[in-house]
Design a protein around this ligand. Structure first.
Ligand SMILES: [Zn+2]
Length: 295
């Protein structure tokens, strides 16, 4: 099994599979993600945004992931998701995070390039092995339930992807290819799904020649996900689906027995619900290559 995150990305890229990235806010969800990946025999990336790190603790999350890696010998990696400042990125790298999503995509393109290039240099000087991901384009904010879709999400062009990668030196690129953060109410009801522009993914991959992350994987059409992975997506982020499963299971656990107060009994339900989501998603992310041979 590949031992570093870079080797893991390389192996996934060559096999045309994707590494699952799941966000966690606490130790219960972290353990659920880790155990589902372990049972599946697959590598996994655990992500914490700045908000999630503030709640969990940057050092605490790193210590726990290290403990899981040591106890079980599994390939589990830690990502500082959507980091908006160099200071916060430095804190994560110093704590031992394997990668940083440096997100200045809200800035004009040239400023984003300048700040991301600076961040790559600063973070690699602290740890040359750290993987830095850069973000271009608008995919909306917030892994939560949105009333309606954002007005206009502009797709990344192959030309700007190539320029961004060349000028910043990032290891991984996050493009806007029809994906968006969070889920719509209609997606929870199962009446709509996110659709991806797979042709654009292929073009960007050819132009930028780099590992690519798909953010906002929750609620995406399964066939689109398989095609996207086959076309060059290396990592897929899933957050909202986990949050929804976690909340529903917790509500069920509370409703089932009003007298129950034992946390590990109540929390066993969301633990299992999160495991289920992770298991199903990992299976899908690793089925793309198989499907590619059979079609
Ligand atoms: Zn994201």
């Amino acid at each position: 099994m590949p031992s570093t995150l870079l080797q893991t990305l390389k192996a996934a890229d060559e096999a045309r599979t994707a590494v699952g990235h799941f966000n966690v806010s606490d130790s219960v969800v972290l353990q659920a993600v880790a155990s589902a990946a372990r049972e599946s025999g697959l590598p996994v990336i655990v992500g914490l945004s700045e908000g999630e790190r503030n709640f969990f603790g940057t050092h605490e999350a790193a210590a726990m992931v290290n403990a899981i890696r040591d106890s079980h010998g599994q390939a589990i990696f830690l990502n500082a998701d959507h980091t908006h400042s160099v200071e916060s990125a430095i804190a994560a790298v110093k704590a031992g995070f394997n990668s940083v999503v440096f997100d200045r995509s809200a800035l004009p393109f040239e400023e984003n390039i300048r700040e991301t290039r600076n961040a790559v240099q600063t973070l690699k000087s602290l740890n040359p092995a750290v993987i830095v991901e850069g973000e271009i384009g608008d995919i909306g904010t917030g892994s939560q339930i949105h009333e309606k879709a954002p007005d206009r999400l502009v797709l990344t062009t192959p030309e700007e992807a190539r320029q961004f990668v060349q000028e910043t030196g990032v290891d991984v690129l996050s493009p806007a290819v029809g994906n968006m953060h969070g889920m719509l109410k209609s997606m929870l009801q199962g009446t709509t799904q996110k659709r991806l522009n797979v042709a654009r993914i292929t073009e960007i991959k050819a132009a930028a020649g780099i590992y690519m992350t798909l953010h906002g994987g929750s609620g995406t059409n399964d066939d689109d996900l398989r095609e996207a992975i086959r076309s060059g997506i290396t990592v897929v982020h899933v957050n909202t689906e986990i949050r929804v499963a976690w909340k529903r299971a917790l509500q069920d656990a509370f409703a089932k027995d009003d007298a129950e107060v034992v946390p590990y009994k109540l929390l066993a339900e969301p633990f299992r619900a999160v495991q289920d989501v992770v298991r199903r998603r990992l299976q899908l992310f690793n089925s793309a290559a198989v499907r590619a041979h059979s079609t």
